[in-house]
Design a protein around this ligand. Structure first.
Ligand SMILES: [Zn+2]
Length: 288
């Protein structure tokens, strides 16, 4: 008996579902021992050490201040230990933690501010690395509870945009960790009142870039004000260009919630997608 023909749309749906299932299927869960000895962990430890050195050399951390962490797979986090300068880190100093802050590997105690990092990871899956530090110019703004105005330097607009200010809480506590939660979706860079800065990104290197960009922006703004006002601001229509770029790059910005891109490129993209879908359906229909 001949089988009833399955409609092409149904076949497309089945293929898409199968792909989604494969993508969803969890990889074999690595034990902490395997995870901490993996090539990926070794590479990430080296990146943490390199970035720690950069933070210290740029005077963005002081004493044993600041901390760095990075996601390792879906279950683990590598993070810096407590009571150690970020300029003196060695591979054995880096701790392996789970998402509840339990140390699974490493000789030293983890930073107490890992709680802050974990809240960011749990709230925003796009955050794969977090850097917390005390850069002097940005921290000076954090003491005043304000941020510099936007629209002065394109790089700041592209990579950060409006920075948020989280209220003060005692460092190292769960209450402190939760102060950033209202801001962590729309802001990759958050000032911590009377404390410092926390930045998240896809890599440790990129999270550290954000701290540098913010601190330089704060410093340059203060110098420009001393030279004299009024300051030149980037025209609003050019800011719109930057927002369109940020949307394409997948960078967060609170202004994107109200940003509507010009219609023409979207229409073109849809037409292209429609054409692609038509081709797939046509091929499936032609199949015996
Ligand atoms: Zn701190």
């Amino acid at each position: 008996m001949q089988q009833a023909a399955v409609p092409a749309s149904e076949q497309v749906r089945e293929v898409v579902q199968a792909v989604v299932e494969v993508l969803r299927e969890p990889k074999l869960v690595e034990s902490p021992l395997v995870a901490t000895n993996s090539f990926e962990a070794q590479t990430l430890r080296a990146e943490i050490i390199h970035v720690g050195r950069k933070l210290w050399e740029r005077q963005n951390v002081d004493g044993n201040g600041g901390n760095i962490s990075v996601r390792l797979g879906s279950r683990y986090v590598l993070c810096t230990p407590t009571l150690l300068s970020k300029g003196d880190l060695q591979p054995a100093d880096i701790c392996l933690s789970d998402l509840d802050g339990n140390i699974l590997a490493g000789d030293r105690s983890r930073t107490s501010e890992l709680l802050l990092h974990l809240e960011i990871y749990k709230a925003n899956p796009r955050a794969r690395a977090v850097v917390h530090c005390h850069p002097p110019y940005a921290t000076a703004f954090a003491i005043t509870g304000t941020v510099p105005p936007n629209g002065l330097i394109p790089e700041y607009e592209v990579f950060i945009g409006p920075a948020a200010v989280a209220p003060y809480e005692t460092p190292g506590t769960q209450a402190f960790a939760e102060t950033v939660l209202p801001f962590v979706q729309d802001h990759n860079t958050i000032l911590l009142t009377n404390h410092g800065v926390v930045c998240w990104s896809d890599t440790v290197t990129h999270a550290e870039y954000l701290a540098e960009i913010l601190d330089t922006y704060c410093k340059t703004y203060l110098i420009a004000k001393q030279i004299g006002e009024p300051l030149n601001f980037i025209p609003e229509n050019k800011i719109q260009d930057i927002l369109a770029l940020k949307r394409r790059m997948g960078l967060p910005d609170a202004r994107l919630a109200h940003f509507i891109e010009p219609a023409s490129p979207a229409v073109e993209k849809n037409t292209e997608l429609d054409r692609l879908v038509e081709q797939v359906v046509a091929r499936l229909e032609a199949r015996d």
